[in-house]
Ligand binder design. Structure first.
Ligand SMILES: [Zn+2]
Length: 85
């Protein structure tokens, strides 16, 4: 039978350490981004990665950031359009 263990994140892709910390807020994703991506930070080497898959979040972060930027620009354009005339 499987042993009951506390919630564990995938080991660090850089050093294999399992002592990681969940990140609650980032500049690129606010509080939503790291929650969606299970973004964690290795306490040993500082590598940040996806605690669910054990892989780098870089591509997902760029995607999230670009999508957020586009939405922000659209909102800004709409704001300018509504207030400009
Ligand atoms: Zn590490």
């Amino acid at each position: 039978m499987a042993q009951t263990q506390p919630v564990q994140y995938a080991p660090c892709p850089n050093c294999g350490n399992t002592n990681v910390k969940k990140i609650n807020y980032t500049w690129w994703g606010g509080i939503l981004g790291p929650a969606i991506l299970t973004h964690v930070k290795c306490n040993n080497c500082g590598t940040q990665y996806n605690g669910k898959t054990g892989k780098s979040n870089t591509v997902a972060i760029i995607l999230l950031f670009v999508i957020g930027l586009i939405i922000g620009l659209c909102l800004y354009a709409g704001f300018v359009y509504l207030t400009g005339s």
